[in-house]
Design a protein around this ligand. Sequence first.
Ligand code: HEC
Ligand code: HEC
Ligand code: HEC
Ligand code: HEC
Ligand code: HEC
Ligand code: HEC
Length: 308
Amino acid sequence: MPMPQRVLNLLLALVVAGTGGWALSFIPQMTAAGAAAAGVVEADDSACRLCHPVEAEEWTASAHARSLQAIQGRAGAGEQCLPCHGAEAFLAELKKDARRPALEQAQHGVNCLVCHTAHEERTDPADRSQILRLAPDRLCATCHALERVDLDRRPHHNQQQMYGGGGALNGGRFPSPMAQLGVTCAHCHLPVKLPAGEAKGRPTRGHNVGAFQPGREGQPDGCTYCHRSFTAAFLARDIEQKQATTQKLLARVERLLAEKENFKAQPQYQRARYNYEFVLGDRSLGFHNPLYASILLESAAEALQQLK
Ligand code: HEC
Ligand code: HEC
Ligand code: HEC
Ligand code: HEC
Ligand code: HEC
Ligand code: HEC
């Protein structure tokens, strides 16, 4: 079902507002990118990894290190995937460099140089804000955001919109309480690691973005650094409970989608399915924004029940 252009523009405006505009700004260029690219932007981070072995080891265990393999050999994969899955294309977009790699030219995934400047690129070594290429609230959103609303495509990697509480098909804006108070993706997913025991030294950051859950052996904790008054066990249970609530709602909407399949050509059905897939696509199972997830799923269930 094609959406009226007016509605689409409005939805896009909401998405742009949610991503700070950046994620969308490179999309049109991406499709036109680099058939005749001569060479590619340098993105070799092996020197960084030699001098920073701890961060390198954690990063190597993370999904970011596998982002290029994830698309290689996949049906439908092409250079349009690279600005989010590969370092050369990401840096070319960021630096407005015309040398866009073809899929087989790309060699590096989401590596050190995607997020960090090299030492020699920094003008003031004392200015810590220069160690990242983009401010923390925009860095992750460059890739972890919905590009556009399209009823015929499953929404995915829409974490920025879920956390910011917008971008699905119900109008309204419901940012998570932590987002409203400036907690960024990196606060949880790259947890602060304090020096162990009595040891002195600066805190460092965990670099395996999938290993931050509180109360697990052998990995840093992405919550208790801020929530000193909660135990790790309490915080782990908080995550479990929020996910369990969302999973119950997801199961209910899934049942209704199957029951009402006869109505699948109707806009009401399609919008409900979109909002259901929006919650799934975020992959935190509602934790990023429990209230928004439940609003989307409850209203989807209600809309489906009305189809008679
Ligand atoms: C020759 C060794 C060496 C290489 C190569 C190197 N670094 Fe470093 N880096 C250091 C040292 C030493 C420090 C200071 C460490 C400290 O203060 O604890 C540092 C600090 C940092 C910091 C923290 C900055 C701060 O102000 O606290 C970051 C981020 C960083 N490096 C990233 C990188 C990246 C990205 C690369 C690759 C482009 C890289 N480094 C290459 C040695 C190196
Ligand atoms: C997905 C983005 C991302 C990637 C990829 C990444 N980092 Fe980081 N890194 C960060 C963020 C965010 C911080 C915290 C910055 C701050 O303190 O403002 C950080 C902090 C650091 C620091 C300073 C704190 C510490 O842990 O000592 C170093 C050094 C560092 N990174 C090195 C690396 C190296 C080496 C790589 C590649 C193996 C890498 N990073 C890959 C996002 C990233
Ligand atoms: C250049 C694009 C890009 C940037 C910038 C980026 N990511 Fe990712 N991220 C990806 C891709 C692509 C994957 C999926 C890789 C795969 O599964 O093969 C991913 C995966 C992840 C995952 C899933 C981990 C798992 O174990 O499944 C988390 C969490 C994550 N990123 C967090 C972050 C955070 C936090 C930041 C900012 C500090 C960030 N990312 C910045 C592209 C990016
Ligand atoms: C706007 C950025 C962006 C673009 C463009 C993009 N991806 Fe991704 N992709 C991501 C992020 C971020 C993740 C990890 C987070 C997630 O899965 O929710 C991811 C995850 C994936 C995964 C892993 C999912 C899993 O289950 O582990 C595959 C496979 C993938 N993308 C394939 C592709 C292909 C193929 C293309 C091009 C047709 C593409 N992506 C284009 C950002 C992007
Ligand atoms: C308050 C902490 C917190 C913040 C802030 C946060 N996340 Fe998460 N994120 C989580 C938790 C908890 C999960 C669920 C992990 C699990 O099920 O094991 C999760 C899951 C994910 C996943 C699914 C992959 C995985 O590891 O299971 C991705 C991708 C992700 N987050 C990316 C992001 C991005 C991008 C942002 C910023 C827009 C963000 N997160 C903000 C805590 C956070
Ligand atoms: C950078 C600091 C920071 C980090 C990291 C952080 N939080 Fe929060 N958290 C906050 C702030 C600020 C609030 C809002 C305080 C309030 O509303 O009283 C909050 C609120 C909460 C609340 C109460 C409100 C609600 O939404 O239920 C819970 C529970 C919570 N956080 C759990 C977590 C968990 C679990 C993690 C790790 C996955 C985490 N937080 C990581 C800062 C943080």
